[in-house]
Ligand binder design. Structure first.
Ligand code: GUN
Ligand code: FE
Length: 425
C-alpha cells in the first residue's frame, strides 16, 4: 500500500460556503486517498515518508469540466464572432484536421502539457469526430497520469461536409471506443458526446442514448449558449417543450451522469429539470464573453441545487487556467447581480474556488476536496513572492494566487496520490 504524508498549509472547500484551513498541518494519503489531516503527526504515521512543504499551500487540483482538445491551436483566434459563424469560420476547419494522427499527437501533447502546467488534474474533454484521433487522446491522457473523460464528437448533419458523419458509422465508432476504453483506466474514461442538438439527427441522438444507458457511460454536450442556437433548436424540434427537454426526450439528460456546457438562457423549468435529473452545468465565463454569448446566472442554479463546475471551453475560451476562470466566474456573477437588480447575489471567493475544485470534481467521484476518502488530487503552491509585503491569512494568500498568480507558483501536482511530472517533451 502506498503511504505518503505532506506537510504544509492545507486549504479546501468541503462546502461552497467556506474554506477548511489547516495551518502547518499534515495530510495523510494511503493508496491515493486522504485518510487524515492532523496538526501533530500521530505515532502510527511516524514511519511514513514525509514531504515537508513548510509554508507552502496545499490545495485540491483544479477541474476543467468542458474543453475541446482539437481547438487548442485556435486559442485566441477569431473571437470577433458569435457562436454559429465562429464554428463555421474557425472551429470546423481546424477540427477537420484530426484524421491526421501526427498532427493530433503534436496538438494533444501540447494541450496535455499545458493542462498539467496550469494545475488542471481532471478534465471533461471533447475530441473531434475522428475515431483514431480520439483513441490517441485517450491513450495520451492515460500516459500523462492526469484524469479525464474524453468523448468522440458525434454529428451527422448541419455541419461542414468533411465533418458530417454517416449516422451508423458514428454509432459503430463510438461503441468501439466505449468497449475498448471503459475498463482500461481508472482515471481516463470515455464519454458520449453529441456535439449539440443542431448537428445531430434523431436517429443519432436515440442511438447515442442507447449506448450511454447500455454501457453506463456519462454524456456531455452544449445547452442554451446562444440565442440564434436556441431558435434553431426550436425550429428543428418544434414539439419539444424547450432545448433541455429535447435532450431529455432522447434520454440524454441525466439518465446517466451528464454535463451541459453554458446554460446561459435556461428557463426556470430547464433549471428545475437539471436539478431533478442531477445534470451538471459547466460554466464557461471566458467563452461566454468572447463569443458574446451572455452571462450565466450561476446563483440561480446553485439556489435550485443544480451541480455546477467550471470550464475553459477552449477555444471559445482563451485560457486553460482554472484560477483565471474562477476569477472570471466571480466577475461574471457580479454582472449578473447588477443585471438582476441585485437579486442574484454575487459569488464569494470560497464559492468560486469550490466550483473550480469540488463542484466539477464531484462529477469524477470523490474528487476536488481533502475530506476523508477523497482521491488525493493536489497542488503545492509556493506563493512566497506574491504575499511577502503584508502578513496575510491563508485564505488571503489563496485569493492572491487565484487572482494574480499563475502556473509559475505551482511547484507540485498530484493525481490520486501520485506525483505527476510534465507529461510530454
Ligand atoms: N456548440 C457546439 N459546438 C461548440 C463548440 O465547439 N464550442 C462552443 N463554445 N459551443 C459549441
Ligand atoms: Fe464547448
Amino acid at each position: 500500500m502506498s503511504k505518503i504524508v505532506l506537510k504544509g498549509n492545507i486549504a479546501f472547500t468541503p462546502t461552497k460556503e467556506k474554506f477548511q484551513i489547516h495551518k502547518n498541518s499534515y495530510i495523510i494519503v494511503e493508496d491515493g486517498k486522504v485518510v487524515d489531516i492532523c496538526s501533530e503527526l500521530d505515532k502510527s504515521y511516524k514511519n511514513y515518508t514525509i514531504q515537508d512543504f513548510s509554508d507552502k499551500l496545499i490545495i485540491p487540483g483544479f477541474v476543467d469540466l468542458h474543453l475541446h482538445a482539437p481547438q487548442y491551436p485556435n486559442r485566441g483566434l477569431g473571437l470577433d464572432k458569435e457562436l454559429i459563424p465562429w464554428l463555421e469560420t474557425y472551429t470546423f476547419p481546424e477540427e477537420g484536421k484530426y484524421s491526421d494522427l501526427d498532427y493530433s499527437r503534436k496538438v494533444f501533447s501540447r494541450l496535455i502539457n499545458e493542462l498539467w502546467r496550469v494545475g488542471t488534474t481532471r478534465s471533461g474533454v471533447f475530441a473531434s469526430i475522428h475515431k483514431e484521433s480520439t483513441k490517441l487522446l485517450l491513450d495520451m491522457f492515460i500516459e500523462s497520469g492526469l484524469g479525464a473523460y474524453v468523448g468522440k464528437v458525434n454529428m451527422d448533419r448541419n455541419t461542414a461536409p468533411y465533418l458530417t458523419e454517416n449516422t451508423r458509422a458514428s454509432i459503430v465508432d463510438t461503441e468501439e471506443i466505449i468497449k475498448e476504453y471503459m475498463n482500461k483506466s481508472s482515471l481516463v474514461k470515455p464519454i458520449v458526446t453529441p456535439r449539440f442538438i443542431p448537428t445531430c439527427s434523431e436517429e443519432l441522438l436515440e442511438s447515442l442514448a442507447g449506448l450511454a444507458i447500455d454501457y453506463k457511460i456519462p454524456v456531455q454536450s452544449h445547452l442554451n449558449e446562444n440565442k440564434s442556437e436556441i431558435i434553431w433548436v426550436k425550429e428543428l424540434f418544434p414539439n419539444s417543450e424547450n432545448y433541455a427537454s429535447v435532450y431529455d426526450d432522447f434520454n440524454l439528460f441525466g439518465q446517466t451522469s451528464t454535463i451541459m456546457a453554458h446554460c446561459i438562457y435556461n428557463t426556470d423549468e430547464e433549471i428545475d429539470l437539471m436539478a431533478k435529473n442531477g445534470v451538471y452545468a459547466a460554466h464557461c465565463p471566458y467563452s461566454n464573453y468572447n463569443l458574446s454569448s451572455g452571462i450565466m446566472p450561476v446563483r440561480k442554479f446553485l439556489n435550485k441545487g443544480v451541480p455546477v463546475g467550471l470550464g475553459s471551453d477552449i477555444s471559445g475560451g482563451n485560457s486553460l487556467s482554472i484560477p483565471n476562470i474562477i476569477a472570471g466566474t466571480i466577475q461574471a456573477s457580479k454582472m449578473a447581480w447588477i443585471n438582476s437588480n441585485k437579486e442574484l447575489a454575487p459569488l464569494t471567493f470560497s464559492e468560486g474556488f469550490f466550483l473550480g475544485t469540488k463542484g466539477g470534481g464531484s462529477f469524477f467521484g470523490k474528487v476536488g476536496s481533502f475530506e476523508k476518502g477523497y482521491e488525493f488530487d493536489a497542488l503545492v503552491i509556493d506563493d512566497s513572492s506574491l504575499s511577502d509585503i503584508n502578513e496575510l491569512s491563508i485564505e488571503e494568500r489563496l485569493q492572491k494566487f487565484i487572482y494574480i498568480g499563475d502556473d509559475r507558483y505551482i511547484v507540485e501536482r498530484y493525481v490520486k496520490g501520485r506525483r505527476i511530472e510534465k507529461p510530454f517533451d
